[in-house]
Design a protein around this ligand. Structure first.
Ligand code: FES
Length: 146
């Protein structure tokens, strides 16, 4: 596992921001973009920089599914299991991927806001729509089974 970044590294990623609560989500996104998740140590630095209570930072970070608060593997696949995606076949994709090497990498997520292109998944920090077993494997650079 990657070592926890130092406070100086975290501050560098965060960059110059106003002490403005509206900067919280952009700051958290920068950290997710760089490290793939936001640790409590990172939240502490954000708390200092934005001069907001740690509980507020943690509350926002833990609310959004797309801001992981624990390390995620490189092959993490968040499959939307909300109503529209289920109706469009996310359960079948889940079941199929559960038979592959990704069986320990898939996890359910709630609506990703792409219902019109269901079923959707969150892979490599982006939303992928109209997913199938094959498309998920292709996005991850793995050959679909023949
Ligand atoms: S229900 Fe899956 S993206 Fe909305």
């Amino acid at each position: 596992m990657m070592a926890e970044p130092t406070t100086a590294e975290i501050r560098l990623v965060i960059g110059e921001v106003e002490q403005d609560p509206s900067q919280l989500l952009p700051v958290l996104w920068r950290l997710v973009d760089r490290y793939g998740w936001v640790s409590p140590a990172m939240m502490n630095v954000v708390s200092e920089v934005l001069q907001r209570p740690f509980a507020e930072i943690y509350g926002v970070a833990s609310f959004y599914q797309l801001i992981p608060t624990a390390p995620v593997g490189p092959d993490s696949v968040g499959i939307c299991m909300d109503v529209t995606c289920k109706m469009a076949g996310s359960q079948a994709v889940w079941d199929a991927l559960g038979q592959t090497e990704l069986k320990n990498s898939i996890h359910p997520v709630a609506c990703l806001g792409h219902c019109e292109n269901a079923p959707a998944a969150f892979i490599e920090n982006r939303v992928v729509t109209h997913i199938t077993q094959g498309s998920v494997l292709r996005v991850l650079g793995k050959e679909p089974p023949r």
